[in-house]
Design a protein around this ligand. Structure first.
Ligand SMILES: N[C@@H](CCC(=O)N[C@@H](CS)C(=O)NCC(=O)O)C(=O)O
Length: 206
């Protein structure tokens, strides 16, 4: 088995890094420096024409988009380990949260940051669009908080890669110092996710 993981620290690839740590599968990591333009180099663009990380190559299969990677790694390595559901309704539930995170939640976070942070040129920003994005971020956080009411994890009592994926995305908001304390179920869930040995290992840089 061969598995190569292209990544950069403090990026969307952190989601995949946590997924790989949970699965405990061997891989070769290839670190790319976005600032130095390493994601734009022809050899990498041949693998991922979007020129973005995370990207994985598993036994010759090239997979990009973090949601697709989580689902692919989950079904390939996670079912036997109890970290990803077998095909069926629970699998659908996992896919729902992973795709929702990247598409609906990700879009709201993207509109908010694109219009309010210095990562993007001021002349391309629109304050009203930023406000609307932030309102939608909070709506997503409310949806997540409600979904976690009375549950240990997104799919019920067992931790799965849906939790790894979605919590890692919420980590971005924590990193940006967004106050999430009013989302009590989400906050408690985040603490449970952060207590996972794989999470602690990745965060300690081990
Ligand atoms: N939708 C993609 C987003 C990936 C993405 O935006 N990656 C950024 C880092 S966070 C990247 O590789 N940027 C490289 C560049 O813009 O040159 C996913 O979920 O995998």
């Amino acid at each position: 088995m061969s598995l190569t993981f292209y990544y950069a620290p403090m990026s969307t690839a952190s989601i995949t890094q946590l997924v790989l740590a949970e699965l405990d599968v061997p891989f070769e990591g290839v670190k790319l420096d976005i600032q130095k333009g390493e994601t734009k180099k022809p050899d990498f663009v041949k693998l991922n024409p979007n020129a973005k990380i995370p990207t994985i190559v598993h036994d010759g299969a090239v997979i990009w988009e973090s949601a697709a990677i989580t689902m692919y790694l989950g079904e390939t390595f996670g079912v036997d380990k109890g970290l990803y559901p077998a095909p069926g309704p629970k699998r659908g539930d996992a896919m729902k949260w992973i795709v929702w995170t990247n598409v609906t939640f990700g879009d709201a976070v993207g509109r908010w940051t694109r219009n309010t942070t210095s990562w993007y040129p001021a002349e391309q920003q629109n304050a009203k669009a930023g406000e609307a994005g932030l309102a939608d971020v909070h709506n997503c956080l409310r949806i997540l908080d409600d979904a976690l009411d009375g549950k240990q994890f997104l799919l019920g009592s067992d931790y799965t890669l849906a939790d790894t994926h979605t919590n890692s995305f919420v980590d971005w908001l924590r990193h940006m110092k967004m106050d999430l304390s009013k989302y009590a179920h989400l906050t408690a869930w985040g603490q449970r996710c952060a207590a996972r040995p794989a999470y602690l290992k990745v965060m300690s840089g081990a």
